[in-house]
Design a protein around this ligand. Sequence first.
Ligand code: ZN
Ligand code: ZN
Ligand code: FE
Length: 760
Amino acid sequence: MNKPHSETYRIAIKGLVQGVGFRPFVFRIAIDHELKGWVENRNDGVLMEVNANQEELVRFREQLLSQAPAAASIESVEMRKVAYEAHETFEIRESRDVNGSITEISPDIAVCSECLDDLKNQEHRIGYPLINCTHCGPRFTIIRDLPYDRPNTTMDTFEMCSLCRSEYMDVHDRRFHAQPVACNSCGPVYSLECIPTCTEDIREILLKSAELLSADALLAMKGTGGFHLVCNAFRELGVAKLRKMKQRDGKPFALMFRNIEEARLFVEISEAEEEELCSWRRPIVLLKRTRDITRGIADNLASLGVMLPYMPFHHMLFEHLDTSALLMTSGNFLDEPLLISNERAREQFSTYVDGMITYNRDIFMRVDDSVSTVIRNVPMVLRRARGYAPSPIRTGFHLEGVLGTGAELTGSFCMGRGHLALMSQYTGDLKNLATLEFYQETYDRYCRLFRFTPQLVVSDLHPDYLSTRFARKLVEQNPDIEHISVQHHHAHIASGMLSSGLEGEVLGFSFDGSGIGSDGHMWGAEVMKATYLDFERLFHFEYLPLPGGDKASREPWRMGISYLYHCFGEDLYDLKIPLTEKFSREEIGNITALIQKGINTPLASSAGRLFDAVAAISGLNYFSTYQAEAPMLLESAIDPNEKGSYSYEIRERKVSFALMIRELIEDIHQGSNLGSPAAKFHNTLVRLIVELSMEIRAESGQDRIVLGGGTFQNRFLSEKVMDKLEKEHFKVYLPQDIPVNDQGIAAGQLAIGAHRRKLM
Ligand code: ZN
Ligand code: ZN
Ligand code: FE
């Protein structure tokens, strides 16, 4: 019976409200409030209708917003009064498909606290390591097709027992329509394979794994989106073995801590960082290290990648472990995609590991752990994968049918459906066939899941990137598809604009390692006026030779010599700094010969290479064993008390650092510890960015600044630049939900393509 003065309202909620238990949540609070009406899933959100009076409506809305399931993300709530209709009950209606738009697919969600409770108390799920509910558990990684129903997931081979089914059917139950619902008697199971033990008994698995991990054992362990390779984070031998197995020289490893208190013993965690660490996405968060950690994990770096348990099994394992942290790295070999299948993992890992912990539910979509950092209390995703993919980025313009294929490093593509930009998870560095296959496979699956048909493909200007070739192949297969190329650094800025919802013109600082420029040289320190349509290059770093091409980006000492030769010519041999002492006259001569003759020595205006040169000249890093090693070491070396900076000159809109290099060498001669030059170098870049911004604002009035490119992953630099610019009343934007590095390129390409298409 409807109460007096009741009216009928329609409430449309948009955002990520499907696959996260939103309809049952609405149902329960409607019942609590004794409201009648209905709720249904639409492909663009959730729509409900209720009979209520004003007061009830306000209370209902308040509860909708304040108590929504953790993984839900409400973008907008629209309420309007409609013609009165009497409802007798409150019901959940069948999903409806409107105007061909798409359903958002939930990312995978870390196990919720209620499930962790059930793990101990709910009879049929006591110790059940794959427990989940509508608020948590696997989603994107197990979905083969839409609609999101069990037969379309990798749970299709498991039949629900009658108890699970009754929960699944009961709208009052937390597992109402939880597609992966399962229990000890009907669900997938874990197993441990090691010699001589092979067991599916969860207690034995936990005890044996804990025993192995108390020493130097390596384990392969199946996670949500792929395998991890795991060892005790406090056993130097185990860490070394893992590093050897992964053929990984210096790239830092991330740790999973038992809980935040244990993590706090090693890293500083601000409130915003705590929130990010504990969020349902559970990314790896880069945190400031406060104490030494086992050698081989993150040598010489000031930060440490930390995550918290996110699968029920992780929690169960930590209860048995005597160590407070595990080293967990993606289960792949150098440059290859993460392994997801039990068979492949067995084949590839068994000779290296002491055991394999797995379960018999298949992973369909390969998704790595995400990585994020917190800059001025705002989280910024650096590797967008588990917990993020495939959440769309909402834009204010029409993107339908546009595809951005990305760059080379940290591969990703981005497809447009309606106003949504669907960005793929990180697909690895697109440098070999194996990652290209992963990329292609992911692309095919996104096309099916999101009913995407490409009309316009946008790639990088670089003709040899595999992502560019992929674009050309699509066009060859279907000549109706248009293809355009977009300059890399313009794409970085467009990507930042998209992430911050900006329109019109901005001033962009696009700083990174390198990308091909419109003039055929390598760019990487570009100051531009940019819109989604086009850009104008206003300033850039002076071009310097990159002796040996690609080799120069792996060997910072080459850039060091290039800068020294540029500043001192043949006198560089008399400098008496570690760099010129470390390498013989002949070795250095070989580099200068390359420069003189211009053999395999492109010109580059790259910020990344400037960091390399400074790191090499300072004696910090001559050979990189992983991408951006030199810049990371340089940032880690900073003495925050040093406020000084170096000189530079701007001539004909080009920035020369010749003076800086001379001053740096004086500092080195004076034997100052590296913290001071490292800080002065960073401060120089900050000063430069502020000076250029002021100059451009004086010319054009432009006061909106977008920072883009991998260089701005540098937290010290980004925070300082933003602080200083804001002090000068600029509005400064750093992307948040789109990586500032090359993974974000695809999104920028998409935005540029969508705007250029209007002119085509
Ligand atoms: Zn749960
Ligand atoms: Zn069951
Ligand atoms: Fe880049």
